[in-house]
Design a protein around this ligand. Structure first.
Ligand code: SAH
Length: 509
C-alpha cells in the first residue's frame, strides 16, 4: 500500500504576494497538488514546480461553484494516494475560511495535516489603508464580523444592532452585498451616525481603493466610488484618528500603474522590484531568451590567447557577465585579466567590470554599437591593435566593420550567447495583458522589439484594454520600434534600470 500524503491548510495572505509567510512559500514550492480558490493571488501559483497539479475550486462567473464536500473529497483523494497537497486559502484559513470542515474530513480519512496561518484581510487592509484598528483612547476592542457566510444565504448572520453597543472597531468581512442593511441595523441599534467608517476593496493590491466617511454616508460614498468586493468595512473611532497623510500605499508614485517587462525571465527581478517599490503592478512578457553559445573550441582559443588583446569590447551586459564567468572558470584569479583596456556600450555593461574593480575606459555616451565604435576610433589606439569584440549573435556587424575599416584594428569576435525569440503565447501574464492592457511596455533591446513585432497577432489587446505607451532603453531599440511604426514615448538617456524607473515616475506622476 502506498504511503499516505499530507495536506497543508495554508493562508495565502490578503493579496500582495510578499505578505504570505515563508512557510506558505516553501510549501507551495514543494507541493505536488495545489488546491486554490480565487482570493489567493495567482502570482503565488507561479512558485509551484512545473509538475504540480493545480486545481481551481474557486467561485467564478459562468462556472459551477465547487461544493465544499467535493473540495474535501479532492483533498482526501490526493493525499490518500501519497501526494503533498497544499490547500491555499485567501488571508488566514481560520478566518471565515471553512477550514473546520476540511479538518474534520481529513481527520475522518485519517490524513495528517498542518495549518499555516496567514495575514487576514482585515489586518492587511487596515495597515495598507493607514487605518489603525485600536487606539488608547477610543478603540479597546476589535471585532471581526461577517455580513454573510454564503452568497446564496439571504439573511445576515450577525445581529448588527447588538454590535452597535459593543464599541471599539468593527471589521466586517463579506459585507458589501448587504451594506445598506448592515448600516441600517447599526444605526437602529444606537450607533452614532457620525462615527468614522471606511471601506477598503482589493486591499494590498495595485487595484486597492478606499473611502472614508461617516456611518450615515457610508452607503452613498461606497456607491459613488464604485467600490466592489472583495472589501472590508471598518467602523469605529480609532480608524478616524489618521488623516490623509496615512495613505502611504496609494500615494506611491507609480501606484496602480500596470507596466510590462519584456526581458528574459531571470533578468527582470531587480527591475521588477524597483518598479514595485514605487507601487507599480509589473507584468512579465519575456519576448527573448538568452542561450549560452556552444562554440567551446572558439572560447578556449580566445581565452588561451587573452594576453594578446589590447582592447576588449562589450556590446551587452549579458556578454559581459558570461565573459567574466568563463574567465574565472579558466583562470580563477583576477590578476590573469592582464592589461587589456575595456570598452562598454553602456552603464549596465560597465557595472559588470566595475564590480570586479576593473576600470572601464570607454562607456559610449549614447548606447549604440555605432557610438561605441566612434569613441574607440577617437582614441587613436586601434591601428594594427588586436581587439576582441564580445557579443551575442545580433548587432555586431556595424561595430566590427567600423573598427576594421576606420580604425584599422585586427578584430576577433567572440559570440558568447545567442538571443532567440520566445513563444509569447507561453507567457503566464499574456492573458492578463490582453484583457486589461497596461500603462507602459518597456523594451530593453532591439531584439525584444523585433520579437514583439513578429508576434503582434498574439499580442492584440481586447477592446476595453488600456493601450500602453512604448518605452525604450536606448536609441537602437527606439530605431527598431519606430521603423515598425511603433511610436516611442519614453527613451532612456543613460540606459539603466534606475534611469528608466525615474523616467516612468516622472511621466506618470
Ligand atoms: N480567510 C480570509 C477571508 C475569507 S472571506 C481572510 O482571512 O482574509 C472573504 C472576504 O474577505 C471577502 O468578501 C472580503 O470581505 C475579505 N477580503 C479578502 N481579501 C480581501 C482584500 N484583498 N481586500 C479586501 N477584502 C478582502
Amino acid at each position: 500500500m502506498s504511503k499516505k500524503g499530507m495536506v497543508y491548510l495554508v493562508g495565502a495572505g490578503p493579496g500582495e504576494p510578499k505578505l504570505s509567510t515563508l512557510r506558505a512559500k516553501e510549501l507551495i514550492e514543494r507541493c505536488n497538488v495545489l488546491v486554490f480558490d480565487n482570493l489567493a493571488n495567482p502570482e503565488l501559483r507561479k512558485w509551484t514546480r512545473k509538475e504540480c497539479i493545480q486545481i481551481d475550486v474557486g467561485k467564478s462567473p459562468g462556472r459551477h461553484t465547487v461544493e465544499q464536500r467535493d473540495i474535501e473529497k479532492t483533498l482526501v483523494e490526493h493525499a490518500a494516494s501519497g501526494s503533498m497537497v497544499v490547500r491555499l486559502k485567501g488571508g488566514d484559513p481560520f478566518v471565515f475560511g471553512r477550514c473546520a470542515e476540511e479538518m474534520l474530513a481529513l481527520d475522518k480519512a485519517d490524513i495528517a495535516y498542518e495549518v499555516v496561518p496567514g495575514v487576514t484581510a482585515a489586518l492587511a487592509c487596515a495597515g495598507y489603508a493607514g487605518l489603525p484598528l485600536s487606539h488608547r483612547e477610543c478603540g479597546s476592542t476589535i471585532s471581526f464580523l461577517t455580513g454573510h457566510e454564503d452568497l446564496t444565504k439571504e439573511e445576515l448572520r450577525v445581529d448588527f444592532s447588538k454590535f452597535a453597543q459593543v464599541g471599539g472597531t468593527l471589521c466586517i468581512y463579506m459585507g458589501m452585498s448587504k451594506l445598506e442593511e448592515i448600516v441600517e441595523k447599526l444605526l437602529n441599534g444606537g450607533m452614532s451616525p457620525d462615527i468614522p467608517s471606511a471601506v477598503v476593496s482589493n486591499g494590498t493590491l495595485p487595484s486597492q481603493k478606499k473611502i472614508i466617511s461617516s456611518l450615515k454616508d457610508l452607503v452613498s460614498s461606497t456607491k459613488k466610488a464604485g467600490l466592489g468586493a472583495p472589501a472590508i468595512v471598518f467602523i469605529g473611532n480609532a480608524i478616524g484618528r489618521t488623516g490623509d497623510k496615512a495613505n502611504w500605499f496609494e500615494k506611491r508614485l507609480l501606484f496602480g500603474r500596470k507596466l510590462v517587462l519584456t526581458r528574459p525571465t531571470g533578468q527582470v527581478s531587480k527591475f521588477k522590484e524597483k518598479l514595485e517599490q514605487f507601487g507599480a503592478e509589473v507584468m512579465e512578457l519575456p519576448l527573448i531568451k538568452i542561450l549560452p553559445s556552444e562554440d567551446k573550441k572558439l572560447i578556449a582559443e580566445v581565452f588561451a590567447g587573452i594576453a594578446t588583446y589590447e582592447w576588449v569590447v562589450f556590446t551587452s551586459a549579458n556578454g559581459a557577465r558570461e565573459f567574466m564567468r568563463l574567465f574565472f572558470l579558466a583562470y580563477g584569479d583576477i590578476r590573469s585579466f592582464g592589461p587589456m583596456r575595456i570598452a562598454c556600450v553602456g552603464e549596465s555593461t560597465a557595472e559588470v567590470f566595475r564590480s570586479h574593480c576593473l576600470e572601464v575606459e570607454i562607456v559610449a555616451e549614447k548606447s549604440t554599437a555605432e557610438n561605441l565604435a566612434k569613441d574607440l576610433v577617437a582614441t587613436d589606439s586601434l591601428d594594427s591593435a588586436n581587439v576582441l569584440v564580445v557579443t551575442g549573435n545580433r548587432n555586431r556587424e556595424v561595430l566590427v566593420q567600423m573598427l576594421e575599416d576606420i580604425g584599422h584594428a585586427i578584430v576577433d569576435t567572440l559570440p558568447l550567447y545567442e538571443t532567440d525569440f520566445t513563444d509569447v503565447t507561453e507567457a503566464l501574464d499574456l492573458k492578463k495583458f490582453r484583457e486589461l492592457g497596461a500603462d507602459a511596455i518597456i523594451f530593453t533591446s532591439s531584439s525584444t522589439a523585433l520579437s514583439y513585432i513578429e508576434q503582434e497577432d498574439d499580442l492584440v489587446l481586447d477592446q476595453e484594454a488600456i493601450k500602453p505607451i512604448i518605452c525604450s532603453f536606448g536609441p537602437e531599440t527606439s530605431k527598431t520600434l519606430s521603423e515598425n511604426e511603433l511610436t516611442v514615448e519614453l527613451e532612456c538617456s543613460n540606459p539603466s534600470i534606475e534611469d528608466m524607473t525615474s523616467k516612468l515616475v516622472e511621466y506618470f506622476s
